[in-house]
Design a protein around this ligand. Structure first.
Ligand SMILES: Nc1ncnc2c1ncn2[C@@H]1O[C@H](COP(=O)(O)OP(=O)(O)O)[C@@H](O)[C@H]1O
Ligand SMILES: O=C(COP(=O)(O)O)[C@@H](O)CO
Length: 580
């Protein structure tokens, strides 16, 4: 369990502060994460990595010469927001384009993809390679769906070395994709982990048992056995990984492999070395040549007890890049050339954007929107634990705190906008931007997009009409549907679509906004409860499908609660107008 923390909600930020203070030789803080403290050669590809915090040395510990140029650092076990990724990429870019690389998790994909689209739109050539090395997480036929674990390191290391060799972006992508195809990992866990301030572990493994193939956020594995001896574990690791050769490798005998034996958080280095002795012996007996192995903590899962083995099947090109020098806080190899240190100028200072002019009617509407956001905040605060509990049944238990982080930031940004004279459109746009930036994860990206779309529909020009509100909700629904879920997948879409349909049809039938919204909120709350009967098909909950039957979806539940809270604000405003 985590013993040392101050305010749990501040843990990730305080951890990054300390990490940067202790590693100024290598890294500098930027909005959203860290970048190298040394100047990169102009025109070289910038490798930007990232993911949730709680996996140190992934991802900040892997920033430095010969490794990543920058890392976007999310909250604990939650992906960074697209704004964080974009900010780190802008700061790391030195004219040769950007390669985004990270483990294949739903929230990360969603946010890194959005960041990529924004970077491309502003003229920075950007590509992505996701890491999919965990062979327990999907079959070979679906290997593109696999999660990324310790294999992050081999992909990042070789991509960075290719960039240092002057390869252009297309070629760095080719090397990273080849490295990913040739990297295979297999992990086991002996205990779960507890996040700071939590009374309950996020997940557990029964005493004396070993979860085979469990993921680094407690995603279920492929089986459970009694805890084996160190030699038996080595045998399991090696046999499992030799049973699946990557494309382009016909037989194991005669191959050269880099080997990573990774501790997941609270297994001692000494234990790892005992396991490694047998791993090394077994690989040599199988006719493999081991090249520059690594034993230690490379990608962890907070204080989880467990380990993983990674085989990186080398060819001449990959071996050269694997062996190339690197100098990062948590990973060093050979000797890198001295590079010029950058000064401490704050990178990517957040420029406050001016508030565009708005009509008095839209400014008046902005006050109602602000009151609605405050009501959303109250509802989220009141339900934060329950939302976390629901999410923990099949997800990672952070939905409540993620929503809380998002709505707090949204209300603060909305207040700034209101004080600056914003109309309803701009206020919603600023609130959405702050929500996704601060919350990160899946729901942060979804809520950010939804508020921005609603804002575009309401504009700053006129008082919103009941028709423009319904059109705005429909636009927000379309924006969420862009993320790929459809009705029946057990997500917030199962609430948003019937809510929006009900609102539009009541208004088309002549209802006023108060009546139409209240009726639609009833539909939303009922639809949220009905998600209990569905099996999840998206996001973190997907692999836990059967566990989630009988429990509603967390994102659907919070949306149902929010529609009801906003209904009360709309009704109160209508009463006030009638009275005045
Ligand atoms: N593609 C998607 N489209 C719409 N909603 C989604 C999608 N993927 C996940 N969700 C919603 O996001 C919620 C998870 O949010 P949250 O727990 O805050 O994010 P994270 O999984 O990043 O921790 C789910 O309960 C579900 O309602
Ligand atoms: O947890 C992570 C990403 O999870 P999402 O739930 O998909 O946001 C992160 O730790 C891995 O980068």
């Amino acid at each position: 369990m985590t013993r040392l923390f101050n305010e749990p909600s501040e843990f990730a930020d305080e951890m990054i502060d300390g990490f940067v203070a202790a590693n100024q030789r290598w890294v500098r803080r930027v909005h959203g994460g860290v970048v190298r403290a040394t100047r990169s050669t102009p025109g070289r590809v910038a490798l930007v990595v990232g993911g949730g915090s709680g996996h140190y040395p992934a991802f900040g510990g892997l920033v430095g010469q010969g490794l990543a140029h920058g890392a976007a650092l999310g909250n604990l076990f939650a992906s960074p927001s697209w704004q964080q990724v974009r900010s780190v990429a802008r700061s790391a870019h030195s004219g040769g384009g950007v390669l985004l690389s990270y483990g294949n998790y739903a929230g990360d994909v969603l946010n890194f993809d959005q960041a990529q689209a924004k970077l491309v739109a502003e003229g920075i050539e950007t590509r992505t390679v996701t890491v999919t090395d965990d062979i327990s997480s999907a079959s070979v036929a679906e290997k593109h769906k696999r999660r990324g674990i310790a294999g992050d390191l081999t992909v990042f290391k070789t991509a960075a070395a290719a960039s240092d060799a002057g390869y252009p972006l297309d070629e760095v992508v080719r090397v990273a994709e080849k490295a990913n195809e040739r990297t295979r990992s297999f992990g086991v866990a002996f205990s779960g982990c507890s996040l700071p301030g939590s009374d309950e572990p996020l997940f557990t493994v029964p005493e004396g048992r070993m979860a085979v193939g469990m993921g680094i956020h407690g995603e279920p594995g492929i089986g459970e056995t009694d805890v084996p001896t160190a030699n038996e574990l080595a045998e399991l690791f090696v046999a499992s990984l030799l049973a699946e050769l990557p494309d382009g490798v016909e037989e194991a005998r005669g191959q050269r492999v880099a080997v990573l034996l990774n501790g997941l958080g609270s297994v001692k280095y000494e234990e790892l070395f005992v396991v490694y002795a047998k791993v090394d012996q077994l690989l040599r007996e199988a006719g493999l040549t081991v090249v520059e192995p690594e034993v230690g903590e490379l990608v962890t899962s907070f204080d989880m007890a467990g380990a993983s083995l990674t085989l990186f099947w080398l060819d001449d090109e990959l071996e050269g890049f694997w062996a190339a020098p690197a100098d990062a806080p948590a990973f060093k190899k050979g000797a890198v050339d001295a590079a010029e240190r950058l000064d401490d100028t704050v990178l990517e200072a957040l420029v406050a954007e001016s508030i565009p002019p708005a009509s008095p009617e839209s400014q008046e509407a902005a006050r109602t929107v602000f009151a609605a956001l405050e009501a959303v905040k109250t509802t989220v605060d009141e339900n934060v634990d329950e939302l976390g509990r629901i999410d923990a049944v099949a997800g990672d238990g952070d939905h409540g705190i993620g929503m809380q982080r998002g709505v707090n930031a949204a209300v603060a940004a909305a207040l700034d906008a209101l004080q600056g004279g914003a109309g309803a459109g701009t206020l919603l746009d600023r609130a959405g931007d702050a929500w996704s930036d601060r919350a990160g994860g899946t729901s942060g990206a979804l809520w950010g997009s939804a508020l921005a779309s609603l804002g575009s529909a309401l504009t700053d020009d006129a008082a919103p009409s009941r028709r423009s509100v319904a059109a705005g909700v429909a636009a927000a629904t379309d924006a969420i549907l862009e993320f790929g879920a459809t009705v029946g997948d057990k997500t917030m879409v199962d609430v948003l679509v019937p809510f929006s349909d009900s609102l539009t049809s009541s208004i088309d039938a002549g209802a006023d906004l108060t009546t139409a919204w209240a009726a639609a909120a009833d539909v939303a709350v009922a639809a949220a409860a009905a998600t209990a009967d569905l099996m999840p098909k998206m996001g973190r909950a997907r692999p836990h499908a059967e566990k989630s039957l009988g429990t509603p979806d967390a994102g659907a539940t919070s949306l149902g609660l929010i529609t009801r809270a906003v209904a009360d604000v709309i009704a109160a405003r209508a009463d006030a107008h009638r009275a005045s």
